[in-house]
Design a protein. Structure first.
Length: 94
């Protein structure tokens, strides 16, 4: 889906990193940005080719998680407002 939409990135919300690993194994063209509440997962994700990991406090609502991830990526200059992003949830949220 990310390749078809010319997405700037794939944002993954994950607890243990498995979702990020599975998506990265497909070698998609867009960058992969993994958000997790755990530092140890961030360290593991840094070893996966094409994955940048970020810390995100555990969010209970998907809209809050998407807003926080978008703000983080925009503030770091990684994405620009209006860029197409694909969001994947490996964490159950409302």
């Amino acid at each position: 889906m990310a390749d078809l939409t010319n997405a700037r990135g794939i944002v993954i919300f994950t607890y243990g990193g498995r979702s990020a690993f599975k998506i990265a194994s497909q070698r998609p063209k867009p960058n992969i940005f993994a958000f997790t509440p755990f530092d140890w997962v961030m360290k593991q994700l840094s070893l996966i080719r094409g994955v940048q990991s970020f810390h995100l406090e555990q969010e209970m609502h998907i809209n809050n998680a998407i807003a926080a991830a978008t703000e983080t990526l925009t503030s770091k200059g990684i994405v620009m407002p209006g860029d197409v992003m694909v969001f994947v949830g490996g964490i159950p949220m409302k």
